[in-house]
Design a protein around this ligand. Structure first.
Ligand code: FMN
Length: 228
């Protein structure tokens, strides 16, 4: 075990899944090698109201200090944008212990571009159909695609969290191709059997299922069968 996990956030809707996963992995003490695509930065700003500067990144841009007085934490959000704002996605009971190593998406000099760099796996969350197609066909045109290709060839855990609906035949074929190559296709498709009370419960369901795949212990949702 290396404690290194690669997390790529791409430009599919559902940026909150990626941010929450980052927080949970850090709380679990993992060293997270983070790559954010330019489209993901656009989606993060649109969905979570947070500006990401990819040329001058700091983790505070994704995991800002949470203001205790923030109305969003007091359950008084007045709009969808307030409820989904980044501080609302986070849970300040979870204190980061791990470390973030940020890599620019164009930096092929990064360790994660090579199979000789050891990791415990990679997650692309959320995963756009564009990145999914590129990985399915081994294009490696940016660091996210290259690191994913490396995980496949090294037979390491690669988890893709696609978000799209409905799905076309090309997208389904690409997912099948990746699953056949050993990747885990884990769609951002929360269940409802754990009786979610909030959007956060739905996010945590998906993030918890990703953690299950990575072998990261968590308590993010009540498991089926845990009461009987
Ligand atoms: C607000 C917004 C939401 C998007 N949602 C999705 C989505 O849910 N799924 C998807 O595959 N692409 C989505 N896209 C399109 C991707 O961002 C686009 O295809 C982009 O080229 C993906 O690049 P990347 O894979 O390098 O991040 C969205 C774009 C925007 C601006």
């Amino acid at each position: 075990m290396s404690s290194n996990v690669v997390l790529a956030i791409t430009g599919a809707s559902g940026a909150a899944y990626g941010v929450r996963l980052l927080q949970v992995l850090l709380a679990a003490g993992r060293r997270v090698h983070l790559v954010i695509s330019p489209s993901a930065a656009t989606v993060i700003q649109h969905e979570l109201g947070q500006k990401i500067d990819l040329e001058n990144f700091s983790v505070d841009q994704l995991l800002p200090q949470i203001d205790e007085e923030d109305s969003r934490l007091q359950g008084t959000a007045e709009s969808w944008n307030d409820e989904m704002a980044i501080s609302s996605v986070l849970d300040d009971a979870v204190t980061p212990r791990g470390r973030v190593v940020f890599h620019n998406h164009g930096n092929f000099m990064a360790g994660i571009a090579s199979g000789s760099f050891r990791t415990d796996g990679m997650v692309i969350c959320p995963c756009s159909m564009g990145t999914l197609a590129a990985v399915a066909h081994g294009l490696s045109t940016n660091l996210i695609q290259r690191a994913a290709d490396v995980h496949l060839k090294e037979r390491r855990k690669l988890i893709l969290v696609p978000r799209e609906t409905p799905l076309g035949s090309i997208q389904l074929e690409n997912m099948k191709r990746l699953a056949d190559a050993g990747a885990v296709i884990l769609p951002a498709m929360p269940g409802f059997y754990h009786e979610p009370k909030s959007i956060h419960d739905l996010i945590d369901f998906v993030v918890g299922r990703i953690c299950d795949q990575l072998g990261v212990k968590h308590d993010l949702f009540r498991r089926w069968g845990s009461n009987n």
